[in-house]
Design a protein around this ligand. Structure first.
Ligand SMILES: [Zn+2]
Length: 213
């Protein structure tokens, strides 16, 4: 599984760093032991344009599992930066269909339709998680819309508002990506960098998005 982290850099600055990115070294999510830097890989990230960014990995000193460290603007397994998926949801919450949204965002209609389908499927659970996190961070609540997509958009804003109070300004969708563990469009798949049963330490430095969106 990949690990999301709250990168202090914007997308441009991150990309400009190339392989000089110096991320935190989180403990192993599987066994809690310390991790150490372990290669990495280049991956595409579509923002305003398409760019290549470096994704560092860490390896557990005890169990040997490797993890990709994704900056919070990257959604695992997706080429498009999470902000664009968030914009699509906000426009859909305002009643726009996938075709006009695709035109506004300059993305293929099929891509936007796929995002919205997955967001609708996951909206109740994502909303529940985001609101629970917002409450834990001190959010006291207000009247939320009932329809699923506007409700999800409101939950993202609620969580982002609490982040702002504690840590300063951040894109609400980056915060949402972080606190949902990269699961906005579905589960962050297990062990994306190695087939099940394989020795993770032998896994090649394959990106988590080998075949595009
Ligand atoms: Zn471990």
């Amino acid at each position: 599984m990949s690990i999301l982290w709250p990168c202090p850099l914007a997308v441009d600055a991150y990309a400009a760093c190339g392989q000089a990115i110096d991320p935190p070294r989180p403990p192993c999510p599987a066994c809690g032991a310390p991790t150490q830097a372990w290669h990495g890989y280049w991956r595409h990230l579509r923002d305003v344009g398409d760019r290549l960014i470096w994704i560092p990995r860490v390896r557990c000193s005890r169990c040997g599992r490797t993890q990709a460290l994704l900056p919070w603007f990257v959604l695992p397994w997706r080429w498009d930066a999470v902000t664009w998926i968030g914009r699509a949801l906000e426009l859909a919450a305002q009643g726009l269909g996938h075709r006009p949204i695709a035109a506004v965002l300059a993305r293929p209609e099929t891509t936007v339709r796929g995002w919205l389908r997955r967001l609708r499927l996951g909206a109740p659970e994502l909303t529940r998680r985001l609101l629970a996190e917002a409450v834990r961070a001190g959010w006291s609540g207000f009247e939320l819309p009932v329809p699923p997509l506007p409700r999800l958009a409101a939950a993202v804003r609620a969580r982002a508002a609490q982040w702002l109070r504690r840590h300063g300004p951040a894109d609400g969708w980056w915060v949402a990506n972080l606190v949902t563990g990269g699961a906005l469009l579905g589960t962050n798949r297990d062990a994306p960098l190695a087939p099940a049963g394989a020795d993770a330490s032998m896994a090649p430095t394959a990106p988590e998005v080998p075949d595009g969106p």
